[in-house]
Design a protein around this ligand. Structure first.
Ligand SMILES: C[S@@+](CC[C@H](N)C(=O)[O-])C[C@H]1O[C@@H](n2cnc3c(N)ncnc32)[C@H](O)[C@@H]1O
Length: 227
């Protein structure tokens, strides 16, 4: 699994003694992401899973704004799970659950999702910067699980760089894609239309594309409506 993960803190970024990792990108992107999640989540209650939480900073930040929502961070990397737990302790919020060990390449995600010990049907799934730094089967598992576990009015928010009609939307994304594929041929910036096809197979439809800073996007999916 080592080649599927990003290990924060190994590139000179800060690691706190309690294991909290700090991702520079979090500080740049969390406000813009929250501006898209907030109108949907405000006034609602229920369970939200973050897939591939990494450091755990997004959940710690978003949970502060949403006391009626229970947040379930997740990852599969040991160091990241430790960091998520440390951010959870640091935040001291009752509405953040211990991280789930979810390997997204498994469409069932993890036992807790379906044995009654984890969240109920999900109000939302949030996933940032994961599916381009992982093999395609991780995107397949993410969409399959979202289709299975989202409640009827639930939504999947998928943040990252994406291609449109097979084309990069910016030179910087093309260079990033090339460097990803050089490091691992199974990685790479994903195409929105290919993701829509996966989503359709999971009973989901793309309903919104929100522009983010630095040529990133948030894709928003919900259950396909009849008719
Ligand atoms: C670039 S980091 C993004 C972390 C965080 N979402 C953020 O935006 O800061 C990618 C994360 O995906 C996780 N990841 C990679 N492959 C995964 C898989 N198969 N299942 C679940 N998480 C995975 C890594 O461990 C890492 O934490």
């Amino acid at each position: 699994m080592a080649e599927y993960v990003v290990e924060f803190g190994k590139d000179g970024s800060r690691v706190e003694p309690d294991g909290r990792l700090d991702a520079a990108a979090f500080h740049r992107n969390h406000q813009a992401i929250w501006a898209v999640l907030q109108p949907f989540l405000t006034g609602k209650s229920g369970d939200v899973v973050e897939a591939g939480s990494g450091t755990g900073q997004h959940v710690a930040e978003f949970a502060r704004h949403t006391p009626d929502i229970t947040w379930w961070p997740s990852d599969l990397n040991e160091q990241h799970l430790k960091s998520i737990n440390a951010w959870r302790a640091h935040a001291g919020l009752a509405n953040i659950r211990p991280p789930l060990r979810i390997d997204l390449s498994d469409p069932a995600w993890c036992a807790e999702m379906h044995d009654g010990s984890g969240p109920g049907k999900l109000l939302a799934v949030f996933c940032a910067n994961v599916i381009h730094i992982a093999p395609w089967r991780v995107a397949e598992g993410l969409l399959a699980g979202a289709g299975r576990y989202l409640r009827e009015d639930g939504r999947l928010f998928l943040y990252g760089p994406f291609k449109r009609d097979g084309q990069h939307t910016a030179e910087s994304n093309a260079a990033f894609d090339q460097s990803l594929r050089k490091g691992n041929p199974e990685w790479g910036v994903r195409d929105i239309e290919a993701l829509e096809k996966l989503a359709a197979g999971a009973g989901l439809a793309l309903i919104e594309i929100a522009a983010m800073p630095a040529n990133n996007l948030i894709l928003v999916f919900e259950h396909k409506r009849a008719g």
